[in-house]
Ligand binder design. Structure first.
Ligand code: HEM
Length: 188
């Protein structure tokens, strides 16, 4: 803008000399648009951008709902082909006696009583049993599928894992997840 333009007020001339543009921006004319003129998005300073959700919105998690310190969710990388969906697929296709790790002629789980001494014998990763809520499961085929990692689930190998299991995820439906791995009932 030059200061000798006709029609400018004294203040506008002064501002033009100082490099301040006090004129209100005008909508681009069709001609200006055709020449690739002023179609830039309006510049809004970050201070003027409204916060979404607003600070008091119920959509914002309250700090008391955040996981307690030291108990943040621990994500573990599972081996390829070991997602929860893969586990569900395996349960549909694999014969049940194989998941239970028993001979096909073994009687149904509700007739097999397992004592503490027997449970203790199965505590290695390639022969792993645990008891959750009074039922003994062969978790050998599941260990690599455990979303919390092998190390964690092996803490309940060969013993009653009910308390540990409930400490981490009492909401997990173990009866359903391991329904084909049940070996028998725990009679300690
Ligand atoms: C047979 C026993 C178990 C089964 C069927 C099982 C199953 C699961 C499942 C389905 C999840 C995912 C939960 C989710 O994303 O909401 C999970 C996560 C986890 N599990 Fe287990 N679990 C077993 C035993 C254990 C044991 C004994 C421990 C600890 C000693 C453990 C520690 C964890 C941890 C730390 C996670 C990650 C939790 C998170 O993402 O917040 N689990 N387990």
């Amino acid at each position: 803008m030059t200061t000798d333009q006709p029609g400018l007020s004294k203040l506008e001339k002064l501002n033009a000399l100082l490099g301040n543009n006090t004129r209100r921006p005008t909508a681009p004319t069709p001609a200006a648009t055709r020449q690739g003129g002023s179609l830039k998005p309006p510049t809004t300073s970050p201070a003027n951008v409204p916060l979404f959700p607003s600070p008091n919105s119920a959509q914002r998690a309250l700090s008391s709902l955040a996981p307690p310190r030291g108990r943040e969710r621990k994500k573990v990388a599972l081996k390829p082909g070991h997602s929860p969906l893969d586990w569900a697929q395996l349960n549909r296709t694999e014969p049940k006696f194989k998941l239970r790790g028993v001979d096909p002629n073994t009687p149904p789980p509700q007739f097999v009583k397992i004592k503490k001494e027997e449970l203790k014998k199965h505590k290695s990763q390639d022969d792993c049993w645990t008891c959750i809520n009074g039922r003994v499961y062969n978790i050998t085929p599941y260990v690599d599928f455990h979303p919390g990692g092998v190390e964690e689930i092996m803490k309940c190998a060969g013993r009653d894992g009910t308390a540990l299991f409930n400490k981490y995820h009492s909401w997990v439906n173990v009866d359903r997840m391991l329904e084909n791995c049940i070996v028998g009932l725990y009679v300690p």
